[in-house]
Design a protein around this ligand. Sequence first.
Ligand code: G4P
Length: 283
Amino acid sequence: MIIDWYPGHMKKAKEQIAEALPKIDLIIEVLDARLPVSSANPILAYLRRDKPCIKVLNKQDLADDAVTREWVRYFDRQQNVSAIPLEAKERRSANALLKLGRKMVPGRGIRGLKPLRVMVAGIPNVGKSTLINTMAGKKIARVGDKPAITTCHQQVDLRNGILLNDTPGLLWPKLDDQAGARHLAASGAIGENAYDTSSVAVATIAELSASYPNLLKQRYKLPELPETAQMVLEEIGRRRGCLVSGGEVDLHRAAELFLRELRDGKIGRISLERPPMTPSGTD
Ligand code: G4P
C-alpha cells in the first residue's frame, strides 16, 4: 500500500507553472530514465500544449542502455518533443542538453541573440537541482523548491544565453497506479514512510525475475532463482546475514538491503519501465 503523501499544494503548483509558461520558450522535463512513465506527471503535457519540451532521461547511468534508447525513439515521435539521456552531474551532458534546446528554439540562446527562456520541471528526486547546478556551472539556490512557496518569479541568467525561470516546476508524483507507485518507491523517489518496504521489494524482485533474471542471480550468487519472489528475498537475506535470533530471515532488513543495492546500481543497470511494444528482458 502506497500512501499519497502529496495531499495539498498541487493546485498552487499547477497555477504557478501555468502562470510562468507564457514567458517560457522551452520546458526541460526531468524524468528518471528507469521509469519515464511513473516519474512524469501528465499535468505538464496538459499545461504545456505545443510548447517545445525536452524530456531529460536522467540517471541514465542506472538505467538499461538499450531500453533508454527505445525511450528516446518513443519520445522523439511526439510533437515538439525531443528526448535526451543524461547524467545530471556531468558538464558534457548539460552542454548537449543546451545545444538541443537551442536547436529546438531557433534564434534564441546564443550570445548576442535573444536568450532562451527555460523552465526545469519534474517530480522530487529526479535530479532537477543537480541538473540546474550543472547547467549554471555553480550551485544555484532556488527560491523555494517546494510547491506553493515561491511567490515572486525571477529569472536566473546562466550567462550562456540561457535564462532559467525560477518557478520551482515541482510536480507531484502520481500514486494512483499501484505498479507506477511501486516503481517510484523502488527508485527512491518517494519517502520510506509512505510504503511497505518488504512488499515493494518482493514486487520488484518479481519484475526483475522476469526482465533481468541473470543480474539477480549474479549479484546474489544464486545458481537458480527460487520459485517465488518472496523466496528470492528470503534467500538474499540468508546470504547477506539479515537474520533474527533463531536464524529466521529478517525480511524487512533484507528488503532494505535489496532496495538500497538496486538504487545504487549495484545489481546492474535496470529499467523498470519500457515503451509500449518493447519486448521485456534484455539480460
Ligand atoms: P530534485 O532536485 O529533482 O529533487 O533532485 P536532486 O537534484 O536533489 O537529486 C536527487 C538525487 O538524485 C541526489 O542524490 C542526486 O545526487 C541524485 N542524482 C541526480 N542526478 C543523477 C544522475 O544522473 N545519476 C545518479 N546516479 N544520481 C543522480 P542524493 O543521494 O539524494 O543526494 P547526494 O548525496 O547525491 O547529493
